[in-house]
Design a protein. Structure first.
Lengths: 113, 112
């Protein structure tokens, strides 16, 4: 079991739907991350939050909107996604974002119809 | 741009043998490296990390070696077990604080 919990585990949505992915950690970490992973590829960084502030946005389309309500929670709001956005979305956290291990959840498998 | 890469996409290993997974990196400024294991249907799991002021670090059944001269990183797994079958990723700290840059991954298949 991981210490980073992601919900839901699977999500199927249409291109006009609005949904949210959720991530929670209780390790006291102050940096949290969203990654996108396509099949047989490495994770690709999307966003980094440090001390609840967005510090990195890797030129992600605006149909993905991150939110960090507090130090334990990270959301990814989805709207008007495209079929190519189907992927595994991984959340990770680390102590404060420096040179430390990032700990990953098991992801949300997202399918866009 | 600079990247982290792996020499072998698939590695077949007999159970009980030692495994060596290699990774080349090109950013000489990188000073932190990490190995992850990803099993099917799971997120990447931290295995071991190493900083550039070290050339070797050992964990439980795993050893990471760092050769800064040739920009090479390797993960050695002793007495490979069926549960070691997974995709292994190396990663280095990227060009921004908090950013990890992942290599392409190596599929390790353990055969009986």
């Amino acid at each position: 079991d991981t210490e980073v919990t992601q919900t839901p585990k699977h999500l199927v949505m249409g291109m006009t739907n609005k949904k949210s992915l959720k991530c929670e950690q209780h390790m006291g970490h102050r940096a949290m991350y969203w990654y996108k992973q396509k099949a047989k590829k490495p994770p690709e960084l999307m966003f980094v939050y440090s001390y609840e502030k967005l510090s990195i946005n890797e030129s992600v389309p605006s149909r993905f909107s991150p939110e960090c309500p507090n130090s334990s929670l990270l959301n990814l709001h989805l709207h008007a996604l495209q079929p190519e956005d189907s992927a595994l979305y991984l959340c990770a956290s680390s102590q404060d974002g420096g040179n430390q291990p990032q700990h990953f959840g098991d992801g949300t498998r997202l399918s866009i119809l | 741009g600079e990247s982290v890469g792996l020499h072998l996409p698939t590695l077949s290993v007999q159970e009980g043998d030692n495994s060596i997974i290699n990774c080349a990196y090109s950013n000489s400024a990188s000073d932190y490296f990490i190995w992850y294991k990803q099993e099917s249907g799971k997120g990447p799991q931290f295995i071991i990390d190493i900083r550039s002021n070290m050339d070797k670090r050992q964990g439980q059944r795993v050893t990471v070696l760092l050769n800064k001269t040739v920009k090479h990183l390797s993960l050695q797994i002793a007495a490979t077990q069926p549960g070691d079958s997974a995709v292994y990723f190396c990663a280095e700290n990227g060009d921004s604080w908090g950013k990890l840059q992942f290599g392409a991954g190596t599929q390790v298949v353990v055969t009986p």
